[in-house]
Design a protein around this ligand. Structure first.
Ligand SMILES: [Zn+2]
Length: 275
């Protein structure tokens, strides 16, 4: 296996394409945020128990808006209480080092990358920091300040319900996140941009994501087909990405948590730039 520093030296000094980071739940888990599936697994309201594939859908929301909002405001509370970790901060430093060549695509909807100071973030599954009209009458907006976060046993108040209605048309607002029964698009989820970035990437760092959703898999496959470097950073070594990249000559694996591996990577990039 070619040494990572040698790869970085070639990519940074001889190429001009993007240096792209693709992040998933693993980096947020190190900040104490449970993965989507694990928390949906514990979401129990009354006596109901939901599978994420049924609960995390537009279909479910369209019939149970209050319940979905209770869940989302509970989730939002967990996010607010979490802090970015050394992995997030290392990515912010790498953005400063790499300038325009730096691209960050994230599956995460918790906003921790922005809170650590990263400027340019493409959120391909949306953001829990934003809401939009469920009838799509206007652009996404930040979650209104007057909405209070909830314990998972708490009900919405009449004021909450009022605040969760679109100011323009009076329909329910919805979380600005991609549900299981919805499709990616450019307008909300940077679909075309993500492909464009993948097409022009010289090295892709795949961090804390296992390949369970479609667009991240397509990004990795695009970079693989173009025979550009792919670096997997994950404590697990038997993910779907390991499977589809097995035997690839342009694969480099770091079997390590992102909070440990990313600060080391940042130091290495700094050394290469300054050498
Ligand atoms: Zn509206």
């Amino acid at each position: 296996m070619k040494e990572l520093k040698e790869i970085l030296n070639t990519v940074i000094k001889e190429k001009k394409g993007y240096i792209t980071f693709l992040t998933g739940a693993g980096i947020s888990a190190e900040s104490g945020i449970p993965t989507y599936r694990s928390i949906d697994g514990i979401w129990i309201k009354g006596t109901k128990y939901h599978k994420p594939e049924e609960f995390g859908t537009y279909k479910y929301f369209s019939k149970n808006q209050e319940e979905v909002w209770q869940y989302n405001l509970f989730w939002k509370k967990l996010i607010e209480e979490a802090q970015p970790n050394s992995g997030h901060f290392a990515i912010t430093e790498m953005e400063k080092l790499l300038g325009e060549r730096f691209k960050l695509i994230t599956q995460n909807i918790d906003g921790l990358h922005q809170r650590s100071g990263t400027q340019k973030v493409y959120e391909i599954h949306g953001s829990k920091q934003k809401v939009r009209c469920s009838k799509e009458c206007s652009e996404p907006i930040n979650v209104p300040d007057n909405i209070t976060f909830k314990e998972y046993t708490e009900d919405l108040t009449p004021d909450d319900i009022d605040n969760l209605k679109c100011k323009k048309c009076g329909n329910w607002l919805r979380p600005h996140t991609l549900w299981f029964d919805e499709s990616y698009n450019e307008k909300y989820y940077h679909f075309d941009t993500a492909y464009d970035i993948a097409d022009n990437t010289d090295i892709l760092f795949v961090i804390g994501t296992s390949g369970s959703t479609a667009l991240p898999v397509n990004i990795v496959e695009t970079v693989k087909i173009r025979a550009k470097w792919i670096v997997l950073i994950n404590p697990e070594s038997d993910t779907y990405f390991d499977y589809i990249l097995r035997g690839s000559k342009t694969l480099h694996s770091i079997q390590e948590s992102s909070s440990v591996a990313l600060p080391q990577l940042k130091n290495m990039i700094e050394e290469v730039i300054n050498s």
